[in-house]
Design a protein around this ligand. Structure first.
Ligand SMILES: *Cc1c(COP(=O)(O)O)cnc(C)c1O
Length: 372
């Protein structure tokens, strides 16, 4: 029996850090403080310091983080937000939740991130935010996007939900935008054991606004200064995230080592993920491209190897969005990527031997498929 290789496995990370996590959890359980307490405050300051961003505000999820970042910028009804359609639906759901309309630009095919030239064409008088997504852990082209932002005076909201630890020009993503959003969904590079997210910014006023919005718009307890929502981070998740944050650099180091092993063993067989010269990839996902994607996925599955398609249907073609969101430009690269991408197993606890087994299977598939 060959041992199955999952595409991600957050339980192995828990087992590796069990002693520290169990202790942190026990201490919260005994404390009597369960929501927005000292653990959340400590995590916010530690995560901000790790990123090099002055303010971090813990919220209930990554989706809420994007939504509250936009609301803090007062983006709402009648406004447009330029983003990509090759992303988690969450990005677009968050734009609509705050009342704004998404405006899709195409992606650069090499990095799967917002194509600055296409974004430029998507900008209108109603554009109130540029929302690049650092997809799979590869940073968007922040030099060009910051240029665009300066030229048109439009703020940037970074969706860094997949990119804890990604860098552009030696600076961590999350520190480029006016404001940025992170997710701590369990499989993300920094994952809680439940839901969680954070909004980060260098702007103290924006940070304060997010703090109000995440708890009923309270400026002072029981007095809502603005209409807010409930999007609080709880103490258990914050305590767990504090433990995980201490191991994050090591986790990123292992992700990068495994990705480089994949690069080496898959060269020539499938399209391996290129990394821009100015970028440091955070490898949330290791995504290859091949026109035979569905057949490769089935072939791997027969051999006990997990894989996923992130994402099989671009947001603008999903039933909930198709035909409803006006398209102003070609999304040809987005649609092509959706037909070809395949995410192979990758997580810090994955063994190099497992990567070798995955690569041998991919090579086996390629050698038996007639070349096209
Ligand atoms: C995961 C993710 C989100 C949403 O995060 P949740 O914590 O699941 O709400 C948003 N954007 C991207 C790109 C993501 O990958």
């Amino acid at each position: 029996m060959t041992v199955p290789i999952p595409v991600a496995d957050p339980a192995t990370e828990y087992r590796e850090q069990k002693a520290e996590i169990d202790e942190a959890v026990a201490s919260v359980l005994a404390s009597g403080r369960y929501v927005l307490g000292p653990e959340v405050r400590a995590f916010e300051s530690e995560f901000g310091a790790w990123l090099g961003v002055p303010h971090a505000v813990g919220v209930a999820s990554g989706t809420d983080a994007v939504r509250l970042a936009l609301s803090a910028l007062r983006v709402g009804e009648g406004d447009e937000v330029v983003t990509t359609s090759h992303t988690a639906v969450a990005t677009v759901a968050a734009i609509e939740e705050c009342g704004a309309t998404p405006r899709f630009a195409d992606i650069s095919p090499a990095t799967f991130t917002l194509d600055p030239a296409s974004a430029r064409k998507a900008v209108s008088r109603r554009t109130k935010a540029l929302l690049p997504v650092h997809l799979y852990g590869h940073p968007a082209d922040m030099a060009e996007i910051c240029d665009l932002s300066a030229r048109f005076g439009i703020p940037i909201v970074e969706d860094a939900a997949q990119a804890h630890g990604a860098e552009f020009d030696g600076r961590k993503v999350g520190s480029f935008g006016t404001i940025a959003a992170f997710s701590f969904y369990p499989t993300k590079n920094l994952g809680a054991l439940g839901d969680g997210g954070a909004v980060v910014t260098a702007d103290a006023t924006l940070a304060e606004r997010v703090r109000e919005l995440r708890e009923y718009g309270w400026r002072e307890r029981y007095v809502s200064a603005v209409p807010g929502i409930n999007s609080r981070l709880d103490e258990l998740q914050a305590a767990i995230l504090r433990v995980k944050l201490r191991h994050l650099d090591e986790g990123l180091r292992r992700r990068r080592a495994l990705a480089s092993l994949y690069d080496r063993l898959l060269a020539g067989a499938v399209g391996t993920p290129p990394v821009s010269l100015r970028a440091l990839h955070a490898y949330h996902l290791y995504v290859v491209r091949t026109p035979d994607r569905d057949a490769l996925r089935a072939f791997l599955s027969q051999r006990g190897i997990g894989s996923h398609v992130h994402y099989p249907v671009p947001v603008h073609l999903q039933p909930a969005y198709a035909g409803r969101i006006p398209l102003t430009s070609s999304l040809a690269q987005t649609e092509k990527a959706c037909r070809e991408v395949l995410s192979l197993p990758l997580f810090p606890q994955l063994s190099p031997e497992s990567v070798e087994r995955v690569c041998a299977a991919v090579q086996g598939f390629v050698s038996r498929t007639p070349s096209r």
